[in-house]
Design a protein. Structure first.
Length: 85
């Protein structure tokens, strides 16, 4: 999280936003949520979101059929902290 927020945010809401973002950038367009689903989820509607698959580049595999490259991971993933220069 942005250090400027300190602890002034709801962890559950931040986790939901990250979850939706990960689903929205899935390599297979068919696995990406529709905008109507994203809007409902962000508005607080109780909907079930699937677990995003790990990004293929994470495993250094270029074979789209490689089961290890597209295997699911436990959510939430560990997030690295990046700071602008």
């Amino acid at each position: 999280m942005d250090p400027g927020l300190a602890t002034n945010y709801e962890e559950e809401e931040a986790t939901k936003c990250i979850h939706i973002a990960l689903l929205s950038v899935q390599e297979d367009p068919g696995r990406r949520p529709k905008m109507s689903t994203v809007i409902r989820a962000l508005n607080g509607d109780s909907i079930s979101l699937e677990t995003p698959k790990a990004p293929q580049f994470l495993f250094n595999s270029t074979d789209p059929g490689d089961e290890n490259a597209s295997s699911s991971y436990s959510f939430p993933p560990s997030i690295s902290n990046f700071y602008p220069r």
